[in-house]
Design a protein around this ligand. Sequence first.
Ligand code: ADP
Ligand code: ASP
Ligand code: MG
Length: 242
Amino acid sequence: MLMVHKYGGSSLADAKRLMLAASRVAQQVRLGHRLVAVVSAQGDTTDALLENAAQVSRRPSKRELDAYLSAGEQMSAALMVMALEAQGIPAVSLAGWQAGLTTDSVHGDARVLGLRGSRIRYELDRGRTVVVAGFQGVDAAGDITTLGRGGSDTTAVALAAFLGAERCMIYTDVDGIYDRDPRKFPEAKRYERIGYDEMLALARGGAQVLHDRCVELAKRYQVPVQVLSSFRPGPGTLVTEI
Ligand code: ADP
Ligand code: ASP
Ligand code: MG
């Protein structure tokens, strides 16, 4: 079975956490699953990169900002592959353009259009686990685009949809989707299951646990999305049609 996992920034914040995420991937591969892992930039890397850019220009060009920001996810992907290889799992990292994730040309807020080429399938067929840098794609001109803050979720659901994965598992720092932000409201209640439309309303209302475009894509392609904690075992929340 083909699985897509996504690990967010806090799940990869340091070497220990990144190796924990790699162990989870390795465990599934050893069970015989084909796996595509999508990774975000480590910790607050994207914010740090934005600050660096602001130091050299008050209005950096959007094209260059995308080229710069996309490096955060590319570093994570390569590091994750190093961790997997250290655990004996053959793997390969791919930037968005190498994976063939095509988008429109709206730098900083690009929409996913499709998956071009067969690089991911070729690598999977060779028995390699594929680690894709989230948050980025390539436009018709061949330029790097980014998908908007939180956009790695969208990369993961897009790949699950275009590759025909049965489910997209989003590993994050909370153990599922709640009726409100559980960090701010300790009395918040976790959903066992939530419908695409209700989730879309939460995401559009600012619940950053899932990028709103990832929910739109999941609904359009009917991809079940499971949100789970990277750190604690548990059933998480399943986002489906209900
Ligand atoms: P990642 O780095 O894994 O992408 P994010 O920080 O983007 O993680 O999203 C997870 C965060 O979303 C949680 O730490 C939580 O504070 C916040 N959040 C906001 N609203 C909700 C909600 N309704 N349910 C769960 N988490 C929520
Ligand atoms: N690294 C990007 C961000 O901080 C994308 C993501 O985390 O999904 O917004
Ligand atoms: Mg996020």
